[in-house]
Design a protein around this ligand. Structure first.
Ligand code: PMP
Length: 291
């Protein structure tokens, strides 16, 4: 039984006691958005702090606005709730964790168009944050490619994740850590990560638009690239460029940054994590210390 404490519509209760209606539009229609915030524990395991919380809350507000769902709370109230859920679970979980927030359009008789006078469902929980282990950091991971068959609003952090779920399953069935998606011959993103490539010491990523989720790590990596004096360019990346890259890297809240050293069974560059990865990964660790 999971005794971690969750927040549901104003109540704090053990996860196993949290209940919603089967008519919740999140369940019935996938009508909602979510956010995932990494929380890092200090060495002594006592202090635990969310990383880049402002940016996560701002992206959450943008996702809500894009689906025309009123934000149930101001950023200041979200910050308090995030602090509360971290403290509520501090006995349970003393290591790093992720705070998961989900808001759906609420409970109403099943019909697609928005219901009137319905309160949103607000849910928060914590999940363990299992960062990549030493082997994954030192050797990199395998990825496979597949056509991006998702809709055209991938910038919304929607709970309707079927396209991503199928891609994650595809990776699992191919003994890979991630599926890197291609749309019309151009790189988009992973099932649950942004994708970066390095060529001749320069860093490239797809432009932030409706075809990818703007990861909170996107702006962070831009900052870290500047710090490391790497030239960074956001532009469309052709499939051939992905396959000819010296380095491929993934970023996400849960993985921070990881090198992809095999793509569709072939080695990427030297087949080892490269210099650009090392510089950015080290920068990421310093950013965590600083913040
Ligand atoms: N793209 C997709 C589809 C994702 O699910 C994620 C992870 N949430 C990302 C990119 C990376 O976003 P972030 O850096 O905020 O974790």
């Amino acid at each position: 039984m999971d005794t971690s404490i969750v927040y549901l519509n104003g109540e704090w209760l053990p996860l196993s006691n949290a209940r919603i209606s089967v008519l919740d539009r999140g369940f019935i229609l996938g009508d909602g958005v979510y956010e995932v915030i990494p929380v890092y524990a200090a060495e002594d395991g006592r202090q635990r702090r969310p990383f880049r919380l402002e940016q996560h809350l701002a992206r959450f507000a943008r996702s809500l606005a894009k689906i025309q769902l009123a934000n149930p709370f101001e950023a200041s109230s979200w910050r308090i709730l995030v602090d509360e859920i971290i403290s509520a679970n501090s006995a349970e979980n003393t290591g790093h964790c992720l705070v998961y927030i989900q808001v759906t359009r609420g409970v109403a008789p099943r019909a697609q168009a928005f219901p009137e006078n319905v309160s949103p469902t607000v849910f928060m929980m914590t999940m363990p944050l299992n960062l990549p282990d030493e082997t994954a950091l030192e050797q990199g991971v395998a990825a496979v490619t597949a056509p991006d068959a998702r809709w055209l609003h991938c910038d919304i952090k929607s709970i309707s994740l079927l396209g991503n779920v199928l891609m994650a399953q595809y990776a699992a069935e191919h003994q890979a850590s991630e599926t890197i998606q291609l749309r019309d011959g151009y790189l988009t993103e992973g099932a649950s990560s942004n994708v970066w490539i390095a060529k001749e010491g320069r860093l490239f990523a797809p432009i932030r638009n409706h075809l990818i989720l703007e990861g909170i790590r996107y702006a962070l990596i831009e900052e870290l690239a500047r710090e490391a004096k790497l030239i960074f360019e956001a532009r469309p990346i052709k499939e051939e460029e992905l396959r000819a890259a010296d380095e491929i890297m993934l970023t996400s809240a849960g993985r921070e940054m990881i090198a992809v050293t095999r793509l569709d069974g072939y080695p990427v560059g030297s087949g080892r994590p490269g210099a650009v990865f090392s510089a950015l990964h080290a920068g990421y660790q310093r950013a965590k210390e600083r913040e």
